[in-house]
Ligand binder design. Structure first.
Ligand SMILES: C[S@@+](CC[C@H](N)C(=O)[O-])C[C@H]1O[C@@H](n2cnc3c(N)ncnc32)[C@H](O)[C@@H]1O
Length: 300
């Protein structure tokens, strides 16, 4: 079955056909199924038909991997990209190391704005916990389809999910308390949306991709409203494309924040911009994701 499956995926244009075949077989494997290899043939056929028709692998599988963990995603939701692990790493490095007010330690406050399925904020919470830092996580997105996945992903970790436009749905009590404000907003310039790979263009919502004329419309709004929500010394972290660093840095400064740029190790390859991806996102393309983050820090 596997050889035929690989050939079918390859002829549909799946570059990592062997890896995808293994993941799809796994997804259709039922321990109790009567088939000799435990694979439910009808379930497998349904999954493969969706993939061959061009749906992102992650939507078909129902999960995407980020920071070594599987996060629930599905149709109509942005698929987290491995390059966003840089947001997690930079955010983890900026968290206060707890205990500032004596026992019990005050948890660090993380806000994942434009959270999509919530993977970035969830991964930061887990990284912080692994390092002994407790986190109060809030995740927020405009799209209720995305926040339904965020509830599945970060709810069990103790994260609180809000649905609405940027800061609007957040509790007022969060003002002035956010230590790390993660924001992977849409940042593809409107004019280049048509150059995105079909998997993104046809299967991810335009509100998750379209960042306006220069791609920074949402980033500009977030930076402009961030300061009253940040704790003294707190930071806003935005993911941008290589051609947007200068403009994003200026946006941070205009918002009264001290700007810095962090580049992921593999930034030069294999992609230049998210709208010019050479490789499909997802589990089989996990290596060398790179990434680019601009930070803006509020003075203490
Ligand atoms: C590029 S996706 C990133 C999702 C997630 N942070 C991740 O990395 O997987 C951008 C997200 O921003 C959300 N978004 C766009 N405009 C928004 C707004 N005005 N307020 C809140 N969320 C918004 C979209 O719904 C989408 O989920």
């Amino acid at each position: 079955m596997a050889a035929g499956l690989v050939a079918r995926l390859r002829s549909a244009g799946c570059v990592f056909a062997e890896d995808e075949a293994a993941l799809l077989l796994d997804a259709a494997r039922l321990p109790e199924a009567g088939a000799p290899d435990g694979v439910d043939g009808a379930a497998l056929e349904a999954l493969v038909a969706r993939r061959v028709a061009g749906e992102p692998l992650e939507h078909v599988l129902g999960w995407a991997e980020l920071a070594g963990r599987r996060w629930s995603v599905g149709p109509g939701v942005f698929v987290p990209r491995r390059r966003s692990e840089l947001l997690v790493d930079v955010g983890a490095g900026l968290l206060p190391t707890g205990g500032t007010a004596g026992p019990p330690p005050v948890p660090a406050v993380v806000l994942d704005l434009c959270c999509g399925c919530g993977a970035v904020g969830g991964a930061l919470l887990l990284a912080a916990r692994a390092g002994g830092t407790a986190v109060e996580l809030h995740a927020s997105d405009l799209d209720p389809v995305a926040t339904a996945h965020a509830v599945t992903n970060v709810g069990p970790l103790g994260g609180i999910v809000h649905t609405g436009d940027l800061f609007a749905p957040l509790p007022p009590g969060l003002r002035g308390r956010v230590d790390v404000l993660l924001c992977h907003a849409p940042y593809v310039p409107t004019g280049t949306l048509r150059t995105l790979p079909p998997e993104a263009r046809e299967h991810e919502p335009v509100v998750a991709l379209d960042g306006g004329d220069d791609g920074l419309d949402v980033v500009r709004r977030v930076a402009g409203e961030a300061a009253p929500w940040l704790a003294p010394g707190g930071s806003l972290l935005v993911e941008v494309g290589a051609g947007q660093v200068e403009a994003a840095t200026a946006v941070m400064r205009a918002a009264g924040l001290t700007a810095a740029v962090v580049r992921g190790a593999a930034e030069d390859e294999p992609w230049d911009e998210p709208w010019d991806e050479r490789a499909a996102p997802g589990p089989p393309t996990a290596d060398g994701a790179g990434g680019l983050v601009v930070t803006g820090t509020l003075p203490r």
